[in-house]
Design a protein around this ligand. Sequence first.
Ligand SMILES: Nc1ncnc2c1ncn2[C@@H]1O[C@H](COP(=O)(O)OP(=O)(O)O)[C@@H](O)[C@H]1O
Ligand SMILES: [Mg+2]
Length: 273
Amino acid sequence: MDEQTTTSSAPTSPLPRDPLVEIIGVKKAFDGNEVLRGVNLYLHRGAVTTIIGGSGSGKSVLVKHIIGLLKADEGQVLFEGEDITPLGPRKLGEIRRNFGMLFQQSALFDSMSVEDNIAFPLRQHTRKSSREIRDIVSEKLGLLGLEGIEKRFPSELSGGMRKRVGLARAIVLNPKVIIYDEPTTGLDPIMTMNVDRMIQEAQEKLKVTSVVISHDMASTFRISDRIAMLYKGEIVEYGTPEMILNSSKQMVLDFLEAASSPRTVEHQTRGTT
Ligand SMILES: Nc1ncnc2c1ncn2[C@@H]1O[C@H](COP(=O)(O)OP(=O)(O)O)[C@@H](O)[C@H]1O
Ligand SMILES: [Mg+2]
């Protein structure tokens, strides 16, 4: 998508035209089910870009293309200018080290201590000594306000702490991009604000580029520099939060209204502790 044309007539906050990731005309189908029908999207360096859209609209599929877990049928995914779509597994593995991912459930290993959870990517991908690993783990924990919990197990942590430990593991290889797939789904409003704060702190301290998938509109409008809405396999709206709020497109307005209705909020907070 050409940001120049999208923003020319609308109020905008200045972001350098310096995309870290460019998604160009990406198409993806599964057994004839066309999920992405020509997606164009920029991820600006140093910005938080949030992808919104209905459940099943392809948000997770889209981010899997960004990290090379899925290959586009057509189109390109450029990381720092290099098209990653033709790359083989080995090269893709290298590219993937630039990304840290945090999933909804934090996906911690329950049988491992916090230290071993966070150290896991280091042991897999580097040859660092146990001393170095210990130092890196405690540095990351300190960064996220969790010093001293190395020996605890996930079951002994609050939900908020588990999220932060998941993030500590996601950033342990110093990625350039952090991807959060529905980090606040199932959380109450207070926990959601805590996760928002965590994302913003990580953004400031680590100077990373962030991609967030969210259907929590309050959270989306708090944390995003750019918002992109995926609808029927395409990005139908893209811009600053203000531009999205002022969108003239019916599907965007409908989505915003539905996503912020009390019923949805009730649905989203059900099952939290
Ligand atoms: N590996 C896969 N194989 C087949 N279909 C898939 C696969 N991954 C996702 N899909 C389908 O793609 C669509 C979009 O899924 P997804 O990206 O997970 O949606 P969401 O926007 O909720 O994250 C869904 O219809 C899903 O069933
Ligand atoms: Mg998803």
